[in-house]
Design a protein around this ligand. Structure first.
Ligand code: SOE
Length: 387
């Protein structure tokens, strides 16, 4: 069985999630496509990198990502840093012939994402962008039903991603509120997950008409570099810095196949935590998913008997996508960790079998094009065509 040496660049929330997936994948999926070996982890200082190596189980550590990109023993570079460093690291890694998995959004804008897509294509390496939510079994089940024609031609996609971790104006000015680092706000951070759902389940988006809003124009400057996602508040009298990204956006959609729809995302919706949803209406039925109840897919089929027609719940388990590797009874519980384990399983499989995995850097680039169009539409107040 092939062994893959992994270098993880970044050791925050996503470093934890991806490290867990390398450790857990062969425990779930056996025979595994390959055995990931946690070789080197990179963080901003040697002390932090050393601590991360102990905690997440890596053999080596360093504060210099260039060293791991140049290391001939490394097979896969895993990029889990803030958005402004994705392009530089990914392009260097592609030139060094490494396979790459990169956290979302792929880049700060389409221009940057295009350079990354060009680099991996030229290098002939495998590449993936980590939109893990589409690997929730209930979401993959929705895809299967759609492909089987169970809900017929799709008419409408309605997606949301609502959170409240930055609704408090004293949630500090982390990198996620700075355009030069993040590219955009709720749009790139969470809206892109819904755009990924829309493209995966319905098809390519052709036009958008959007509005954006920044509700909290200034936030307390963060004292440490670590992003705590609003769990540690700034003092209300602390010096403030400018938020130059969107807190919320909403967009109408037209799809190339004639379907229509909408997406909205905000990090200022008190009471909503990871309210990532879609409802899809087809000519022969409807599907509804909410990540806060991620073992469940709500389905309604038009040909159900009329005395029992209505939404009912399918609890995902062994009979459903990825069921062979996950837990043996429906509703035992799928979590964030499992979606990341499935993601790594599919990525290693694509390397071993030499197939294209999705979403890849092309998808990341297309999503960046859509994000740029949403911002342009909001600014000009017009429909923007994505040709
Ligand atoms: C913060 O909004 C965040 O951590 C996103 O960056 C992730 O992509 C999402 O999965 C959870 O929330």
């Amino acid at each position: 069985m092939k062994k893959f040496n992994i270098a993880m660049i970044g050791a925050g929330f996503m470093g934890k999630a991806h490290s867990l997936s390398y450790a857990g994948m062969p425990m779930f999926f056996w025979p595994a496509p390959g055995i990931p070996y946690r070789k080197t982890i990179v963080d901003v200082t040697e002390e932090l990198a050393k601590e991360a190596a102990q905690r997440f189980g890596y053999e080596n550590y360093t504060s210099d990502w260039r060293k791991v990109v140049e290391d001939p023993s490394i097979d896969i570079i895993d990029i889990v840093t803030p958005n402004d460093s994705h392009a530089e690291i990914a392009i260097a890694a592609a030139k060094a012939g490494k396979h790459i998995i990169c956290e979302k959004p792929l880049a700060r804008n389409a221009e940057e994402a295009k350079k990354m897509w060009d680099a991996v294509r030229e290098a002939g390496v495998k590449h993936m962008v980590a939109f893990n939510y589409r690997r929730t079994p209930a979401v993959a089940l929705a895809k299967k039903y759609i492909e089987e024609g169970r809900i017929g031609k799709i008419l409408n996609f309605r997606g949301t991603y609502l959170q409240d971790w930055s609704a408090d104006p004293n949630s500090p000015l982390s990198w996620r509120f700075q355009k030069k680092v993040a590219g955009s706000g709720a749009l790139g951070d969470i809206g892109t997950h819904v755009i990924d759902f829309a493209r995966y389940l319905v098809g390519e988006i052709s036009e958008v008409m959007a509005i954006t809003k920044t509700w909290v124009p200034e936030r307390p400057i963060q004292t440490s570099g670590v992003d705590k996602l609003g769990t540690v508040k700034g003092e209300s009298d602390a010096p403030k810095g400018v938020v130059d990204v969107d807190d919320e956006f909403s967009t109408l959609l037209k799809f190339e196949n004639g379907a229509i729809g909408s997406i909205e995302a905000t990090r200022n919706a008190w009471g909503r935590n990871n309210f990532l949803t879609f409802e899809i209406h087809g000519e022969k039925g409807s599907l509804y998913f909410n990540y806060e109840r991620r073992d469940e897919l709500q389905v309604c089929f038009a040909d159900d008997p009329s005395d029992s027609k209505g939404f009912r719940t399918v609890y995902t388990g062994p009979a459903h996508p990825y069921g062979e590797g996950l837990w043996p009874i429906p509703a035992l519980g799928i979590g964030y960790g499992e979606t990341k384990i499935i993601e790594i399983y599919d990525f290693l499989k694509s390397i071993v079998e030499d197939t294209e995995v999705s979403p890849n850097f092309y998808d990341g680039y297309r999503i960046a094009v859509i994000c740029d169009a949403i911002l342009e539409s909001a600014e000009k107040g017009v429909w923007v065509n994505l040709d």
